[in-house]
Design a protein. Structure first.
Length: 96
């Protein structure tokens, strides 16, 4: 049974907490330094047992966004490694 929980929707940070960065030639989603700092701050509050319900809702939303990024970035990286237009495939086709 799924238990609903209160969280800030991940889409809340779309305009101000997300950036695209090129890593190994592929674009991936990353947190801005501001959102990463906020996430770290909230995690520290949680570790110390000082997190408020509002902060926990915020942390849950950021954590959900991180999970979505992990999935999306893995798909992007997989697709960037094999592409019909990649140089490795072009070289193979030219030699075959």
């Amino acid at each position: 049974m799924l238990i609903p929980k209160l969280m800030i929707e991940p889409s809340h940070w779309l305009g101000r907490g997300i950036k695209l960065e090129i890593v190994n030639g592929a674009k991936i989603f990353k947190f801005t330094s501001e959102l990463q700092s906020r996430s770290d701050e909230l995690l520290d509050h949680k570790k110390l047992g000082l997190i408020t319900p509002d902060e926990q809702a915020e942390l849950d939303g950021i954590s959900e966004l991180a999970q979505l990024f992990t999935y999306a970035n893995s798909v992007l990286m997989t697709e960037s490694q094999w592409s019909p237009n990649s140089s490795a495939n072009s070289l193979h086709n030219a030699n075959g």
